[in-house]
Design a protein around this ligand. Structure first.
Ligand SMILES: [Zn+2]
Length: 97
């Protein structure tokens, strides 16, 4: 039975985890939330699956960008927000630390 429809070696198929699963787990993987076994499983998949690896790289980049944003956000905008929200109470001077 000659079946020519066999996909050209898809190494991921031989693993327990499918790309879909891997991608679903990547975030946890990055956070270090996966068990050692699961993480190793994932790494093995990434080793042989460039698309998933690329996806992980994208995630990392996106995450790094998000982090920068978060770090940049705080004080200035918080201060101006507080200034806006702060009720003006005549006679009661605001305490400062
Ligand atoms: Zn994959």
């Amino acid at each position: 039975m000659p079946s020519k429809r066999e996909p050209p070696r898809s190494p991921a198929r031989r693993l327990h985890r499918s790309c879909k699963e891997v991608i679903a787990l990547l975030t946890e993987f990055m956070e270090g939330d996966l068990s050692a076994t699961a993480a190793r499983d994932l790494e093995r998949h990434l080793d042989i699956c460039p698309p998933c690896k690329g996806f992980l790289d994208n995630l990392k980049t996106a995450r790094a960008a998000t982090r920068k944003l978060r770090v940049k956000m705080p004080d200035a905008s918080l201060a101006s927000l507080r200034a806006r929200l702060a009720p003006t109470r005549p006679g009661k001077p605001r305490r400062r630390r």
